[in-house]
Design a protein around this ligand. Structure first.
Ligand code: ADP
Ligand code: MG
Length: 401
């Protein structure tokens, strides 16, 4: 059996410098600066953002870096360390549907920020991107790419946007320009999180409340397992879940499922004839309730003091995503089960599901044992080699250089 290794995120200062150097190599001159934005894990509150729910994300140490400069033209050029494909096009020509592939995540942000650019101004920029959030792993490489781009454009084009306006531009880029109907949690987390804290995020208006989250100081850790299972059919399934949840809200006569009272839930749900839609609604209402309870526990005492109940809430979240929402796959369930058996206080999938990553709340000195147990279970079941990281709460999007 192979040894499980808990990997460290790439060193931030080194990556800032290497991204600036790569910009010079690519374009032949110095960038005006380097900006970055983090990936995220959502501690709890999954698949509730598009129903005005509450979630509790934190930024992670893996970030996307963008070295960039303004040019005296209208030409936009985009390159990435993760792709050979180069984009060149006129800023004024950007419209949904006319940019292919991953460049749409970047140019979509420029398109979405247009209302903030003074009329007649040239919008030419050169961008070099090094995305160090594992791509497609449920840790939100897409939002980190959009949000780092938004920070760069804010500075380069002197836009004077608020953080929330940049969140909304990043969401618009993904929803309207790329055409992926994500809910907004990822972009809000990438921009609004701060170091050493988790964030209570109310997706009704994206209002936020910082929540103390100092695991290291309490001998605890949050272990991330990137299962590296492919997100097969994730887009179609994601849209189907959104449609089911909208149907449930219509049937119950509420704007969104956030407005459903958690007390007497089964009686309320009995109004929904379709058994599948009923279970989808049950997940969303109970998950929002679990976020409320988590938030209250963290306000009342440390993670350490509440570790058992917090672990139970993480477990209940995963079980609801597996049973009622049906967005897990064997790799996610195996990672969660192995973590629990090896002594984790609680474990759940994070992100949209159908692949991606899990988190496990563990004693810091047991993180290695838990990672090994997950790696062994993957080997036993022929699920390939997962990757392990620790989720350390880092700061949100900003300028690095
Ligand atoms: P996640 O956000 O969980 O990582 P998504 O499917 O939402 O998964 O986003 C992954 C996609 O984002 C990739 O397939 C790619 O198109 C794009 N992407 C993210 N970061 C980069 C990057 N640094 N370079 C090129 N494409 C990227
Ligand atoms: Mg994404």
């Amino acid at each position: 059996p192979s040894d499980a290794v808990i990997l460290e995120a790439p060193d931030r200062r080194d990556t800032v410098e290497s991204t600036a150097r790569a910009f010079i190599e690519a374009y032949g001159y110095q960038p005006d600066g380097v900006w970055s934005a983090p990936g995220r894990v959502n501690i709890i509150g999954e698949h509730v953002d598009y129903q005005d729910g509450l979630c509790l994300p934190m930024a992670i140490s893996h970030r996307c870096f963008v070295a960039a400069a303004r040019t005296p033209t209208d030409l936009v050029r985009v390159r990435s360390a993760q792709s050979e494909i180069v984009f060149e096009g006129d800023a004024s020509q950007l419209e949904p549907g006319n940019v292919e592939g991953w460049h749409a995540y970047v140019t979509g942000v420029l398109w979405a920020l247009r209302p903030f650019i003074s009329g007649g101004e040239q919008q030419g920029v050169d961008l070099y991107i090094d995305g160090r959030v594992p791509l497609g792993s449920g840790l939100s490489s897409s939002a980190s790419l959009e949000c780092a781009t938004a920070e760069a454009l804010e500075s380069l084009l002197s836009l004077d946007t608020t953080p929330l306006e940049r969140v909304r531009a990043a969401i618009a880029a993904e929803n309207d320009f790329v055409g992926a109907s994500t809910g907004g949690l990822d972009q809000a987390a990438s921009v609004l999180c701060s170091a050493g804290q988790a964030l209570l995020l109310d997706c009704r208006d994206f209002s936020t409340t910082p929540v103390p989250w100092d695991l290291a100081g309490q001998g605890l850790a949050l272990l991330i397992t990137d299962t590296r299972a492919e997100h097969s059919h994730a887009d179609g399934q994601y849209s189907a879940r959104r449609r089911d949840s909208e149907r449930a809200a219509r049937t119950l006569g509420v704007k969104t499922l956030r407005d459903v009272e958690p007390s007497g839930l089964e009686d309320t749900l009995a109004q929904i004839d379709d058994e599948v839609v009923r279970r989808r609604a049950r997940h969303i209402v109970t998950e929002i309730q679990r976020v409320r309870e988590t938030y209250e526990l963290l306000g009342a005492g440390s993670v350490r003091e509440n570790v058992q109940r917090l672990g139970e809430l993480l477990n209940a979240s995963h079980d609801s995503l597996r049973e009622d929402y049906e967005v897990t796959v064997p790799a996610l369930d195996v990672a969660v089960e192995a973590a629990r058996t090896a002594g984790a206080h609680g474990s759940r999938m994070v992100g949209g599901g159908f692949g991606g990553s899990t988190i496990a709340l563990v004693e810091a000195d047991e993180a290695q044992t838990v990672a090994q147990a997950i790696a062994d279970a993957f080997e036993r079941d022929g699920l390939g080699s997962p990757e392990f990281f620790l989720a350390l709460p880092e700061d949100g999007a900003g300028q690095d250089l």
